[in-house]
Design a protein around this ligand. Structure first.
Ligand code: FE2
Length: 376
């Protein structure tokens, strides 16, 4: 179980957590800039003052195996009582991966590739997001890239012991980052809602997330207030809780080659195919339904997802997402982002079709090719 602290000033709860757990040695995982620019450094200064800190910032966006290996080495050498991750999805994912991998005995890459099974262990993690957001503070899995290929480490105990969601830290997020991370959160909520692995609990989180994010994303990017930041922080965290149960679906599966080969930020890459996949899923029939709960369940779920977005049908929902991308300044055409038609076959070859298995409508390689070609 996770202890969650959500709201303005939630970061102060770290003092109590550290006192209660008696943690003296803290492995601080944080991006080069976000720690200061979010205001976290200032807010944590007194709380961390009389403790031993080892700061690890040696990573870029999208966690790479080399960076994770570096983090595990630094963590093992320091032997902390607790890991404190302050940053976006990459910082939190690296912290989660490093904490669990530090307790394994085999070659690290073999756990990432799924050749060896992870066992529980490692120091507890306090996750403090500075974006709204990937929801990584609320999930028990973490992304690791080996070359262009995306893998996931997953284990129930990888869920951070503490999630600290403080909307104060969002006040100075750059508009482009707010746009991409906000679209990631919205897509995660929508994908969770229609995932074949959804349940009543995940759907409740996803519903609340869709409503909050849809209402506040444009303001978050263009003209944010404290209320908007709080709503987005809550929405992104709820979307994380939703995918922690249901996982993500086709827009996420198709996004990874776009990020790995063209450097498109994760949230932007996910948003690119979301409208096309809303239209694709709407065509589900008896022959293509992938959810064991059946066609009528999927149809009514997809229709409820459209309603949650305030749309009348799938076409309306897809157009709404396109307008939202325009409003927050996210390019919608792959060719403008440096991708050509010649790139698509290799992208499709890299898709693990197993990862598409959560999508409510079965998607073949031809379907994926068509979706990517349509947004060239
Ligand atoms: Fe995501």
């Amino acid at each position: 179980m996770q202890e969650e602290y959500v709201g303005i000033g939630a970061i102060d709860s770290i003092r109590t957590i550290l006192e209660r757990s008696g943690a003296k040695r803290i492995f601080l995982v944080t991006g080069a800039h976000a720690y200061d620019s979010s205001g976290a450094a200032g807010l944590l200064k007194r709380i961390l003052a009389d403790r031993e800190i080892c700061r690890f910032s040696d990573f870029t966006s999208n966690p790479k195996i080399e960076e994770v290996v570096g983090a595990v080495g630094a963590l093992r050498a320091f032997a902390p009582d607790i890991v404190l991750a302050v940053g976006g999805g990459s910082a939190i994912d690296i912290a989660k991966s490093a904490a669990i991998l530090s307790a394994q005995t085999g070659p690290l890459e073999s756990y990432v590739k799924g050749e060896k099974e992870l066992s529980a262990g490692g120091p507890p993690v306090i996750a403090v997001p500075t974006t709204a957001g990937t929801g990584s503070e609320a999930t028990h899995f973490a992304v690791v890239y080996i070359g262009p290929r995306k893998y996931s480490l997953a284990l129930p105990s990888m869920l951070p012991a503490y999630a600290i969601v403080d909307s104060q830290l969002l006040a100075s997020v750059a508009p482009a980052l707010a746009a991409a991370t906000g679209m990631d959160a919205l897509s995660q909520a929508i994908e969770s809602y229609w995932s074949v692995r959804s349940n009543d609990e995940s759907k409740t989180y996803a519903e609340q997330a869709i409503t909050l994010i849809k209402k506040n994303l444009v303001a978050m990017v263009r003209k944010r207030t404290d209320e908007v930041c709080l709503a987005m922080a809550r929405g992104a965290h709820l979307a994380g809780k939703a995918i922690n149960i249901s996982r993500t679906t086709a827009p996420h599966a198709l996004s990874y080659p776009l990020t790995a080969h063209a450097g498109i930020p994760h949230g932007h890459a996910v948003a690119l195919t979301l409208p096309a996949i809303i239209r694709f899923n709407a065509q589900v029939d008896e022959g293509s339904v992938a959810d064991s709960r059946g066609l009528s369940h999927v149809r009514s779920t997809l229709s409820s997802a459209n309603s949650l977005l305030g749309a009348t049908d799938a076409e309306d929902a897809a157009s709404m997402i396109e307008s939202l991308m325009d409003a927050v300044g996210l390019e919608r055409r792959l060719s403008v982002l440096g991708i050509t038609g010649g790139d698509i076959p290799s992208f499709v070859k890299e898709l693990s079709l197993e990862r598409l298995a959560n999508n409510p409508r079965r998607m073949t390689e031809e379907d994926a090719t068509r979706i990517l070609t349509d947004i060239l």
